[in-house]
Design a protein. Structure first.
Length: 212
């Protein structure tokens, strides 16, 4: 009985800690969107989340790390502890045998993630020029994105269905160029393309660049 009670208490504490963390990230996202990164203080985030500023620093370390947590939540769409690469959408891309449909599936999923994360992505990208604490966060996003495009490029090459003579470096760089947040920002946020039009165009562009 004691072991059961301890297990229950531990799971309850974990659930509470996860709920508090989510509240902090959601509060930070709201304040970043309304006031910008520099004008948002950790104290304001803590107040809106209903926690202490000390607990925010303990959980995240810095305000810049909090911005990264906001980005990660936006990309995933929830706070489930499952990497995007291990979710059903990624499995569907992996299991699809036709490389053109594979590219289409990936791009449409990417467009959904970009729709959720574009604002905070741009905040980190642009904010690093006026607040140096965001520079390491931006570099981390760049490294993660490049690693993702390298893995995707290798997977596409392994199908044997890309155009003859293309190598991993070119595949990765084509993906890296087309799938950058800048493209989404220009076409959807500035030019007013619908997400569906953007995803359809992007899938066609990537397919033409990589396939016979």
């Amino acid at each position: 009985m004691t072991d059961v009670k301890r297990s229950y208490d531990a799971s309850g504490r974990q659930a509470q800690a996860r709920a508090r963390r989510l509240a902090v990230v959601l509060a930070a996202r709201d304040l970043f969107e309304r006031h910008g990164f520099r004008a948002t203080t950790v104290a304001a985030v803590a107040q809106q989340a209903g926690v202490s500023a000390e607990s925010v620093y303990k959980g995240f370390g810095t305000k810049a790390a909090l911005a990264k947590a906001v980005f990660d939540l936006a990309v995933a769409g929830d706070d489930e502890p499952v990497p995007v690469a291990e979710r059903p959408a990624a499995a569907a891309v992996h299991d699809e045998p036709d490389v053109r449909r594979k590219i289409g599936l990936f791009v449409h999923g990417l467009a959904e993630r970009q729709a959720r994360s574009a604002d905070v992505h741009a905040l980190i990208r642009d904010g690093r020029h006026v607040d140096g604490s965001l520079q390491p966060v931006w570099e981390a996003l760049e490294e993660e994105g490049l690693a993702g495009m390298t893995a995707l490029g290798r997977h596409l090459l392994d199908t044997g269905q890309l155009r003859p003579g293309i190598d991993l470096d070119e595949v990765r760089d084509v993906l890296w160029n087309y799938l950058a947040i800048d493209t989404y920002e220009r076409l959807v946020l500035r030019r007013g393309w619908s997400r569906e039009r953007y995803a359809a165009w992007l899938a066609t562009a990537v397919t033409r660049a990589l396939c016979p």
